[in-house]
Design a protein around this ligand. Structure first.
Ligand code: NAI
Length: 338
């Protein structure tokens, strides 16, 4: 099949080319991200392959359908960037990579926790400037602390195992409790109670209308003073304004983000020569207890290999009319959950 690959990143091409050796698709690498005006770049292609920050809204999907596209092959697990109802109306099949390495994201979340707790981001700069003072760098033992996980699917479970290894108590909220987590001694409870009882809260649920701004001014009132908040799920799960207010009041003692509500205008690009126009993001950058990475949770060799393999597999399976059910994303399957 001819495949238009939007938002191609330099790091991906080798992985996609290697995965495609077994499939023989004709890959059209496109640097622009998808939107209504770039959709026609897929002209003559039967599949459009999208990255997590492509905007597959109704207008962009219409453009793809008009260009002859039949399949949207997502190079991601998350699908909040696709208007599934519009895809259905347009007769487009949407496939994703439901699992590629939960360890990549869970280990990154653990890295954010360790960095913020022991202030490694500050220590790094200090030592390089020959400032060997320890003032302000004190952390706490993770052993015995309570970690609250919002969402205990694949990534939540992987992080639960890591934090269990540190000797943490595990609390969680999830409409579908995970028996493997319960075996680790995890207690399930409503979000407000999780916030009341957790020293560290880490978000691992998908972004849906139900989880949009789950962390907001009201829910933060329940949280422990000075707690640590980690978000490696999707930016929209957190109300950034509320979090800034929480940082200013001391309610939030440390914030680790791998995702940001408006990251589409920033992440995955070198903007070091530009004046950033997003004042909310720049305010976040001024806090010493905030550590942000640019959506790199998934970025391990193993995960990127699996993403490329499953994506090419989905495209071939579509051609043969047999995409595995768990890889298909449909309005029917997911809108009811929202
Ligand atoms: P998963 O589908 O295995 O688990 C998600 C869990 O969230 C499920 O158990 C579900 O029941 C739960 N959930 C749904 N609504 C909830 C709610 N209102 N409150 C609490 N829990 C809720 O998904 P997986 O693979 O663990 O990924 C989780 C999220 O991580 C993805 O949706 C994606 O947004 C994000 N992600 C981030 C990456 C990164 O690079 N930072 C890479 C991959 C995924």
């Amino acid at each position: 099949m001819r495949v238009a690959i939007f938002s191609t990143k330099a790091f991906e091409r080798t992985f996609l080319d290697r995965a495609n050796e077994r499939h023989g698709h004709e890959l059209r690498y496109l640097e622009p991200s998808l939107n209504a005006s770039t959709a026609p770049l897929a002209g003559g292609c039967q599949a459009a392959c999208l990255f997590a920050n492509d905007n597959a809204d109704a207008a962009a999907l219409k453009g793809l359908a008009d260009a002859g596209v039949l399949l949207i092959a997502l190079r991601s697990a998350g699908f909040n960037h696709v208007d599934l109802e519009a895809a259905e109306r347009l007769g487009l099949t949407v496939a994703r990579v439901p699992a590629y390495s939960p360890y990549s994201v869970a280990e990154h979340a653990a890295g954010l926790i360790l960095t913020l707790n022991r202030k490694l981001h500050r220590a790094y700069n200090r030592v390089r400037e020959q400032n060997f003072s320890l003032d302000g760098l004190m952390g706490f033992d993770l052993k015995g602390k309570t970690v609250g996980l919002v969402g205990t699917g694949q990534i939540g479970e992987a992080l639960a195992r890591i934090m269990h290894g540190f000797g943490c108590e595990l609390h969680a909220t999830d409409p579908k409790p995970n028996p493997a987590c319960e075996e680790l001694g995890m207690s399930y409870m409503p979000l407000d109670e999780l916030l009341e009882t957790s020293d560290i809260v880490s978000l691992h649920c998908p972004l849906t209308p139900a989880t949009h701004h789950l962390i907001n001014d009201r829910s933060l009132e329940h949280a422990r003073d000075g707690f640590m908040l980690i978000n490696t799920s999707r930016g929209g799960v957190v109300d950034t304004g509320a979090v800034i207010r929480g940082l200013k009041s001391g309610k939030i003692g440390a914030l680790g983000l791998d995702v940001y509500e408006e990251e589409g205008d920033l992440f995955f690009r070198d903007l070091s020569d530009h004046v950033i126009q997003d004042d909310v993001f720049m305010r976040l950058m001024t806090f010493p207890n905030v550590f942000v990475t640019a959506h790199q949770g998934f970025f391990t060799r193993e995960a990127v290999t699996n993403i490329a393999d499953t994506t090419m597999g989905n495209i071939s399976a579509f051609q043969q009319g047999e995409i595995p059910e768990e890889n298909i994303v449909s309005a029917e399957k997911f809108i009811a959950d929202k």
